[in-house]
Design a protein. Structure first.
Length: 380
């Protein structure tokens, strides 16, 4: 049985050394495994053709767009047709890329290094969060669940997921510990990375009031909303559009809000077709099922703040014109990985098999999606 989190304990403020080392060992081992998979897998799949250089295989899709923003700004590369979808990307990752580029000439390598460092921070925070008020051994299980998630390739390449988690997970841990100024500051950093920071900010408000914290600290809860306001003001100064980041989603990817059954029908028709994206849309439907299931579990457990964080994301994703990047967004649903970890911590004998069965199912999909991404195909 999964129990609610306990109130903060003074002893939990300091992370056990073993928890940190286990998390970092898994993170470093998984990065090495991804490199091996990239080298060996590319050679096997090449069919005797020339294999693209290692870095070139990681500069696809959003990684390329984020590098474009870092290099040229939101106007994009002046030598090509303007990309109206660029404002959909928040400025945190491009700014970090630009900073790292001062020392690393290759933009793709800069993105890989950012995700490498940020992912290490995120996995340590996730492990600490799993063991904060939870059973011993839950930390490494939560990290393993994250790293084996079918879309964990996006924690390796130069996407914003790892960097978002590097701010969001420590922010959530700080909130659990009642350190609200730190939680708000870190959440503001997460809000610079993705619109998901808005959902995190709302969840922190719920966490604050359900824990009946001193009202004098409530002012900190406004801080995570500041980056969104500033980013909107920036685009208003450029184009006169306060919601440029939202309209860019519509212009670049055709995403707008519809009734959830309309979105499901559109995605289902694409998933059942014969096109090259059919399997990707089937994964989208599977991701939506996981998301809805997670929302129902959190509702049953009365984990109100986590319900708000995940529920707002799932609601927005399934009410989009079609399902897009839902399994990738699940990388940010850390309550899912906490539940897997705590549900597989030894108690009854059968519970030890939960993480094993999860690894046997998710692991092959993770490897397949990694190879697919490196081949330049759409994954999520």
């Amino acid at each position: 049985m999964i129990t609610p989190l306990e109130p903060p304990r003074a002893a939990a403020l300091e992370p056990p050394r073993a928890t940190v080392m286990e998390a970092l060992t898994l993170w470093l081992g998984s990065r090495l495994g991804t490199v091996v998979l990239a080298i060996v897998g590319a050679g096997v799949m090449s069919g005797g053709e020339t294999v693209a250089p290692f870095l070139e295989r990681w500069g696809h899709w959003d990684a390329k767009l984020l590098a474009t923003i870092a290099q040229y700004g939101y106007a994009g590369d002046p030598t090509v047709e303007p990309d109206k979808g660029l404002p959909a990307f928040f400025p945190g990752m491009p700014l970090m890329l630009r900073a790292v580029h001062l020392f690393v000439d290759d933009w793709t390598l800069a993105g890989l290094l950012i995700s490498f460092v940020a992912g290490g921070v995120a996995t340590v925070a996730l492990a600490r969060l799993a063991e904060f008020g939870g059973p011993p051994g839950a930390g490494w299980r939560a990290v393993l669940a994250l790293l084996l998630w079918p879309m964990s390739v996006f924690l390796f390449t130069g996407y914003s997921e790892a960097l978002f988690l590097a701010f969001a997970l420590p922010a959530w841990l700080a909130a659990r510990q009642g350190r609200w100024s730190l939680a708000a500051g870190l959440a503001a950093g997460a809000s610079c990375m993705r619109i998901t920071g808005l959902f995190l900010a709302c969840a922190l408000i719920v966490e604050f009031f359900t824990r009946r914290q001193p009202v004098r600290q409530a002012a900190w809860l406004a801080l995570p909303f500041v980056p969104l306001v500033l980013y909107s003001a920036y685009h208003y100064s450029r184009s006169g559009d306060w919601l440029a980041w939202k309209h860019a989603q519509e212009a670049g990817w055709g995403r707008h809000m519809v009734w959830p059954w309309e979105s499901l029908i559109t995605t289902w028709n694409s998933a059942m077709g014969d096109g090259g994206f059919a399997w990707a849309f089937r994964m989208e439907i599977a991701g939506a099922v996981v998301g809805i299931g997670l929302v129902l579990v959190l509702l049953y457990l009365r984990r109100w703040s986590e319900l708000v964080y995940v529920g707002l994301q799932v609601g927005a994703l399934v009410c989009s014109a079609y399902y897009l990047s839902i399994p990738r967004s699940a990388l940010l649903w850390w309550p899912l990985f906490l539940l897997i970890a705590r549900g597989s911590t030894p108690g009854a004998r059968w519970r030890q098999w939960v993480i094993v069965l999860y690894a046997l199912v998710a692991g092959p999909l993770m490897a397949l999606n990694t190879l697919t991404f490196m081949d330049g195909a759409w994954v999520g």
